[in-house]
Design a protein around this ligand. Structure first.
Ligand SMILES: [Zn+2]
Length: 290
């Protein structure tokens, strides 16, 4: 039996000049790396890529392999009235009824506490949808939060029913307490200074989780592997493995990084599978819940 759940995967023709990420290629990649389930995240904000990959496409692709692929919904927070008053619930409820298990990832160049983003959190809280963020800084894309993540903290307090899932360069730069405004825009190196904002927020707020995907997660761990191991053990019920495999079709180096930590078995199982399984509850035809 395959053991891993990848909470951050992509499909579709998303960047001009690169071949599409096909379902067949994703399934081969999953088989090679012991991944049983992948969460497919639509990309629907104009800041992101050259082409959209919509919720409807994700539903269609995932329906071909309901035992391996889990669709998320995604919407543009600026949709319709674009004034913070639009009710996202009816559309997201429709996606939930069609099989979506969460919402994201968000890359829409808005502050975390923008009223339009809050409309998303309000609807997702009612639906039990985790919300996946790609936090960036000074890039005209991503969700924006200054040093210390104060806008995220405001929303964690205001929407205790909503599960927030952190990811992206300006999220992971916050692993270190000495993060600067400049570093938030990139991939800082060097030893981590304990007490970073995400360490505190993950400990303090039950509704905050994180995925370990992409070069940003890898960089945050590799810059200080000893601290990373402590971080994983401390937040073992909050962290979820993910790849964010994209058009360069990268290998999932995080698997080797986590294995090399020689984590306690229950911690490894939670991060590779258990936390995602309890959050997403993927449907298994045999009724054998992972
Ligand atoms: Zn992604």
């Amino acid at each position: 039996m395959r053991t891993i759940i990848d909470v951050h995967a992509h499909l579709g023709k998303v960047i001009h000049g690169y071949p599409p990420l096909t379902v067949e290629k994703l399934l081969r990649f999953m088989d090679t790396h012991d991944i049983e389930w992948s969460v497919v995240l639509p990309l629907v904000h104009p800041e992101e890529e050259d082409y959209y990959y919509t919720t409807e496409q994700a539903l269609e692709d995932c329906a071909r392999h309901p035992d391996r692929l889990i669709p998320f919904a995604n919407v543009d927070p600026r949709r319709s009235s674009n004034d913070g008053k639009y009710d996202f619930y009816p559309v997201l409820k429709e996606y939930a009824d069609l099989g979506c298990k969460g919402c994201g990832e968000f890359l829409c160049n808005l502050p975390t506490n923008d009223p339009r983003m809050k409309g998303i959190y309000r609807a997702c809280g009612r639906l039990g949808f985790p919300v996946v963020f790609d936090f960036r800084w000074r890039r005209m894309t991503g969700v924006l939060d200054p040093v210390g993540m104060p806008w995220l903290e405001e929303c964690l307090k205001e929407f205790p029913e909503t599960i927030f899932v952190g990811h992206g360069p300006s999220w992971w730069a916050e692993i270190s307490a000495d993060v600067t405004d400049d570093q938030k825009a990139g991939y800082p190196t060097g030893p981590v200074v304990p007490g970073g904002s995400i360490d505190r927020l993950l400990a303090q707020y039950p509704n905050l989780h994180a995925d370990l995907s992409a070069g940003s997660g890898l960089n945050a761990f590799r810059r200080d592997l000893a601290y990373a191991r402590e971080f994983v053990v401390r937040h073992s019920r909050k962290l979820m493995f993910g790849t964010d495999r994209f058009v360069r079709e990268e290998d999932p180096e995080m698997i080797g990084v986590l294995r090399a930590m020689a984590l306690p078995a229950d911690v490894a199982r939670a991060v590779f599978r258990g936390n995602a399984a309890s959050l997403l509850k993927p449907d298994r035809p045999e009724g054998d819940q992972p």
